[in-house]
Write a protein of this length. Structure first.
Length: 265
């Protein structure tokens, strides 16, 4: 058993093992009353089973994951949604299923490498709207957060809007977010290239990408644009750095997965 001081300083967010008996008093968790700790007869303490999930929720919030994205995992990334008998228009003759399986495997391996303490080259997930790119990127973020890694998930249009709204007012929050985007151990840039681009927005994205290239920091990006459209949106300099940071990884689908979900209802 761990002493309570040791538990408070631990960095792990793995759930506590062992049987717990509900305690009727107190607010929150029926086992620990919301404290996060179970006191033992010998005066030591251990984490309550709720502790890991509470820490994970806090980490997800700090990382910028909205509630729907927090539920996304590799386990519920459904490969059955990708046609096994249809050759995709991209991917050198592979089927939709083969490309999705490869994209999932590469993303999982990236997470394993980060957890080994490495700084692997990231992934640029490419596919049309509704092909599962955001699900896979969020699954990676959630998996890494469970292991205590420093992750920031940014929807690019939201980032640019937030930074722009800071002009003329308190810019502290926007500048802090920009600093975090540059320095996060793993950065996820969702919906890259979909914002209305200007010299200013290109400059912001270049600053982030250039810093991360120089520091060798792992980056995952998603976009529904092809390489030519990305170059037009980002500019040659930013695209060059993006490709230095990320291996292009195709994730097409024969139909919008979000609409497919509606059709099943």
């Amino acid at each position: 058993m761990e002493a309570i001081g040791d538990i408070i300083t631990t960095g792990s967010i793995d759930a506590a093992a062992g049987e717990q008996k509900p305690r009727p008093q107190g607010d929150g968790c029926p086992f620990c009353g919301g404290s996060g700790f179970i006191l033992q007869a010998d005066g030591t303490a251990r984490h309550c089973a709720c502790y890991a999930e509470r820490r994970l929720r806090d980490a997800q919030k700090r990382a910028g994951l909205q509630p729907m994205l927090r539920r996304m995992s590799f386990a519920n990334f459904d490969l059955a949604c990708y046609a096994p008998g249809s050759v995709a228009p991209v991917g050198h003759g592979r089927t939709y299923y083969e490309l999705a399986k490869a994209a999932k495997a590469k993303t999982e391996e990236l997470c394993r490498a980060v957890c080994r303490g490495e700084q692997p080259r990231g992934l640029l997930l490419l596919g049309q709207v509704g092909s599962g790119k955001t699900h896979l990127a969020a699954a990676a973020a959630n998996a890494l957060l469970r292991k205590g890694r420093n992750v920031l998930f940014i929807v690019v249009p939201d980032l640019l809007d937030e930074l722009k709204s800071g002009f003329g007012g308190d810019e502290t929050a926007g500048q802090d977010l920009l600093r975090r985007a540059k320095r996060a151990e793993v950065l996820v840039l969702d919906d890259l290239g979909t914002h209305n681009m200007s010299d200013w927005t290109r400059g912001v994205l270049f600053a982030i990408l250039n810093f991360r290239v120089n520091e060798g920091l792992t980056t995952i990006a998603t976009s529904n644009l092809d390489e030519a459209a990305l170059q037009e949106a980002l500019g040659v300099r930013s695209l060059s750095r993006l490709l230095a940071l990320c291996e292009p990884c195709f994730l097409p689908c024969d139909r919008d997965l979000r609409l497919r979900g509606l059709e099943k209802k």
